[in-house]
Design a protein around this ligand. Structure first.
Ligand code: SF4
Length: 475
């Protein structure tokens, strides 16, 4: 799997999402819960905007000095007996991890949730060299059993209900219990326990890497990252190159923002930190630790007008606020990064060819920008993407290009414009009812299939204005 999760065309994906009543209901209630949680936490804090400003400041500073902090991180990890590998591409990252797996003759790998390993398709690469990979985050485990891609950054299996999960467990793992969440979770825990104990290698993502100490930290509610980093003898952490903070102090601020913005928690149940390989006097932790720092297109974004997109701390607050996501769900974005941040970052990482529709999957209402705890101007990035798609990439659909050309010719010719403005009302008469157009013709067809359009009122603005001047009245 790469960033792109399928081959279904955009319009079909949208229709599929819109017709999936269960998914829309689940998304809408989750969005409501998460949004209320975030707002309650922001209110309790009292100075949420100050926190957001601080979050933005930290991310801006770090990204502007990324080379310095990456070098510091690398030196600190090496000092603590770890190995650091900088991978320019997904292939390089996968190759490095594959070599470790082969050297260790590892048969089983347990993973703690990681978006970047989804992005580079690591599971598939490891399966190619004969390793069984087990996702240990409950949501990810369910999706892995079902061979289904994630649909949300924080709650990847949001689109599934408990009956569906029960069926998956029964089909893939011989589960015979009920569909109560407690019983399902207990079954998953029991199964995963065997995998944790049998794993040769643990693979994790990284919420924040601390440059000053060379530590990687993971924020979870299930404690699975603890198991993945404490039990196997070899641990490999794969991180996007931007997921770094200078010191523990900044990490503390960003984790506070992350958990509050994501699900309205003051803190998550577990924050796991790992600093290099196990020292002689320590009782747990890996004997061997590798840190893979992935670029995969990120450095191309540095120094551009989109740099702030790399500030993202993957809290999903923008997704939880987005009215478009609410209606189409995560799979419609065809990217492992859905929602507003997905629509911004996916074309930056993988180009416009496969993702040129994403910046249009937005109402530009700016709810995402308002929700973002590190103040990424998401809707402005979406507008800029649209501009680039039309003006630079010339990727606007042919029908749209022709329509715009026609509109420009029509609107810039006063006599044609005035004449057609006068004729519009009688011409659209057959489709007009009570001042509204239903099931309109030509260019109005798509619009009026889903909502009514105001019928022209007969008097143009120009004639109204002329009349007003003549009458000398203010109407
Ligand atoms: S863009 Fe902002 S709101 Fe969206 S996931 Fe990233 S940090 Fe969270």
């Amino acid at each position: 799997m790469s960033i792109k999760i399928g081959e279904i065309p955009y319009k079909e994906r949208i229709q599929k999402g819109i017709k999936d009543d269960f998914m829309r209901q689940a998304v809408s209630s989750a969005q409501g819960r998460f949004r209320t949680g975030r707002l309650t936490q922001a209110e309790e804090l009292g100075n949420w905007e100050d926190w957001r400003n601080l979050g933005e400041e930290i991310r801006t500073h770090t990204l502007e000095n990324l080379d310095y902090y990456l070098q510091q991180l690398s030196e600190q990890v090496s000092r603590r007996g770890g190995h650091v590998f900088f991978a320019e591409t997904a292939e390089e990252a996968n190759q490095y991890v594959k070599e470790i797996i082969l050297k260790k003759q590892a048969k089983k790998v347990v993973k703690a949730k990681s978006m970047v390993t989804e992005e580079i398709g690591l599971n598939k690469a490891l399966e190619e060299v004969g390793a069984e990979v087990v996702e240990s985050d409950l949501g990810e485990w369910i999706l892995q059993l079902d061979e289904d891609p994630p649909s949300h950054i924080v709650t990847p299996a949001l689109h599934k209900n408990k009956q569906q999960i029960r069926e998956t467990f029964a089909k893939k793992k011989g589960y015979t219990g009920s569909d109560t969440p407690e019983e399902l979770a207990a079954f998953a825990r029991e199964q995963l326990r065997q995998d944790f104990l049998a794993a040769d290698v643990g693979v994790t993502g990284c919420n924040f890497a601390i440059a000053e100490s060379g530590s990687i930290t993971l924020v979870t509610n299930e404690g699975n990252a603890e198991m993945v980093t404490a039990l196997p003898d070899t641990v490999i952490t794969v991180m996007g190159m931007e997921r770094i903070v200078p010191t523990w102090e900044e990490m503390e601020v960003l984790v506070s923002l992350l958990t509050r913005a994501a699900v309205g928690q003051k803190l998550t149940s577990y924050i796991t930190a790992l600093t290099g390989a196990r020292l002689d006097e320590e009782i747990d932790g890996p004997e061997e630790f590798h840190l893979v720092v992935v670029d995969n297109g990120r450095s191309k974004i540095l120094g551009t007008e989109f740099q702030s997109a790399l500030h993202c701390i993957r809290c999903a607050a923008c997704i939880n606020a987005c009215p478009v996501y609410r209606h189409i769900g995560g799979h419609a974005y065809n990217s492992i990064y859905p929602g507003p941040i997905g629509a911004v970052i996916t074309p930056l990482l993988e180009g416009y060819d496969d993702h040129k529709e994403l910046p249009y999957a937005s109402t530009l209402c700016a709810a995402c920008t308002e929700a973002c705890p590190v103040k990424i101007p998401l809707h402005e990035h979406l507008i800029r993407h649209r501009q680039i798609i039309v003006e630079k990439e010339k990727k606007a659909p042919t029908a749209e290009k022709l329509m715009m050309k026609g509109f420009a010719a029509w609107a810039s010719n006063p006599s044609i414009y005035n004449m057609s403005a006068k004729m519009a009302k009688p011409a659209l008469g057959p489709w007009t009812k009570d001042g509204m157009i239903e099931n309109g013709p030509g260019p109005l067809k798509a619009w009026t299939e889903v909502r009514d359009f105001y019928a022209p009122q007969g008097q143009s603005f120009r004639s109204w204005f002329k009349q007003r001047q003549k009458d000398g009245e203010s109407k």
